[in-house]
Design a binder for this molecule. Structure first.
Ligand code: GDP
Length: 197
């Protein structure tokens, strides 16, 4: 897919105030610092389109971008901040649950995972919940340039082994780097294919 236009549309602190669900939507989420903003900027080819995540405790927002006038890219607030209060965590969960369960145009959730870290329960639990709710998702491994291909492969194998304890069918996954643009075409082609279904 060629990205000829990428525009910021809105930021919402309430999932029920998201824009009219008139375009197919792809949501990006992951632990804080996973590389979400960098990946969004790399995919859209617009540096600075997605801002570095808000610091812990700041308002958590759902950011909508319109791509090529025909799909929404959504930057969801991340999870797993170590220092976040119980109240903020509960607010995040309420907002995200509402969004995930009610967004009629949501085609796929892209769960970002740092390719250097062994499987983390917070990610596994989040994906398990998506599965239970029947929400389609893919895994996007980030920052692959930070280690050797062999190390990434080993991590992937570990992840897939762990996932196969829970899942009969493993989710689709992509290996990416915002630095080298690895995986860009694959992710964009995937979105294009889903859009055409
Ligand atoms: P976010 O908090 O998930 O939005 O993460 P950011 O996109 O702000 O990235 C967090 C840090 O990881 C920043 O210092 C980025 O420069 C770095 N980073 C993100 N993606 C990559 C990548 O693909 N390769 C490398 N080497 N660094 C990355």
């Amino acid at each position: 897919m060629i990205i000829h236009d990428a525009q910021f549309l809105t930021s919402n602190s309430r999932a029920d105030l998201c824009p009219d669900p008139k375009l197919p939507e792809y949501a990006f989420i992951g632990r804080s610092n996973v590389g979400k903003s960098s990946l969004i900027n790399m995919l859209t080819g617009r540096n600075g389109l997605a801002k570095t995540s808000a610091s812990p405790g700041k308002t958590q927002l759902i950011n909508h971008f319109v791509i090529n006038d025909n799909w929404y890219l959504v930057d969801l607030p991340g999870y797993g901040y170590a220092k976040v209060s119980k109240t903020s965590r509960a607010e995040w969960a309420r907002m995200i649950n509402y969004y995930l369960l009610n967004r009629s145009n949501l085609m796929c959730v892209c769960v970002l995972i740092d390719s250097r870290h062994s499987p983390q329960s917070v990610d596994l639990e989040f994906m398990e919940k998506l599965g239970e709710e029947g929400i389609p998702f893919v895994m996007i491994f980030t920052k692959a340039d930070k280690q050797s291909t062999a190390q990434t492969k080993a991590l992937l194998a570990e992840y897939l082994r762990k996932m196969s304890e829970i899942w009969d069918e493993l989710p689709r996954y992509f290996v990416t780097s915002a630095e080298t643009r690895l995986g860009r075409e694959e992710v964009l082609t995937f979105i294009e294919e889903v859009n055409q279904q």
